[in-house]
Design a binder for this molecule. Sequence first.
Ligand code: ISJ
Length: 409
Amino acid sequence: MVVRTTEVADPGPLLELLPEDGAPMTWVRRGEGVVGWGEAARFDTVGANRFVAADRWWRRMVATAVVRDEVRLPGTGPVAFGSFAFDDVPGASSLVLPEMVVGHRAGRWWVTTVSVSGNLPGLADLPAVSQARRPRDITFSDGSRTGTEWESIVAEGVRRINAGELEKVVLARDLVAEGTEPIDRRWPIQRLAERYPRCWTFSVDGLIGATPELLVRRERGLITSRVLAGTIRRTGDDARDLALAASLARSSKDLEEHEYAVRSVADALAPFCSSMNVPETPFVLHLPNVMHLATDLAGVTDDDASSLALAAALHPSAAVGGTPTKDAGELIREIEGLDRARYAGPVGWLDADGDGEWGIALRCAEIDPDNAARMRLFAGCGIVAGSDPEAELAESAAKLVPMRDALSV
Ligand SMILES: C=C(O[C@@H]1C=C(C(=O)O)C=C[C@H]1O)C(=O)O
């Protein structure tokens, strides 16, 4: 594998460089990040060993690569995009090494080209791209459960928590979107990035979304993570939303739920960190559709575990599984009745040094591999002792809004 990274002048917004074909790959926030297309190499995997197998494949790939990198930042040189199934079974996971990557960070832009044939690739000009096509005639319908059925599942979760079986479980549902022609993925990607600038807009192997939750970032010895848990819907009235944000920050149900999530991330990162900073109180993250309690953790590491290995150690956090992890996983398998596929799994990228960023695949949808006109949208809610099924259904609907709107307006 021969890889070349060259510094370039500002090529314009990264998300407007994507060709329609070539399976767009993105990881972008506030205009910065990496986008890629084409496929120089890929690794597909399944099962409990999926993270270890993918990490090993990537280490082998980069160990033998000939790299000419004149920029030398996290995200330059060879970069793989990945997305991983939530559960050990079912679900497929993959790492993809694009043929071409364009990146932007701190006032610099670069282009990386990859060839697996052994010749140093020429610095291909960026392709001329068409405008993204707006999806037409999309209809939405229930996924594996109706809203009412899902409320009963949530009620069962609450019952199990009250019976003392566990403290928290995250339960999810899906929604099907179907159009009359293949969906141009660039449309929802661009809309999500415009409307949710605080989120990371991702697209990997047909999984598209804008997540507010960063499972882990590893960058030259510094590890960071943004933990969310505790949510309220926005009303559209700013004064009222501010009052709601204040009540969220005081709500004992939400603070308790948040505490579980922070603790699970801090415990999982501790073995890799020589020091760690865990803020005592969360802040309120305002998004256009919902507000979340959020905590940013930071740690220093001298371990050589890659960002992907760290994501594997963190997954599934209490934000998407529950507490205790094992009991929550079993309850999800028993009552949820949903194939989560890659929803709520790690999604992101890593480079040759193992640096990279992995989000939790939330506020997202997956293209049906057999029908490019069809997508499955997902949303879930953390259920604790005080949860009300009707309110949770409304919360899940609010979490579906970003992807729903990105496909319709
Ligand atoms: C599970 C989802 O979101 C998670 C659950 C939250 C909650 O229950 O308060 C908040 C943010 C995420 O950690 C989702 O968006 O599907």
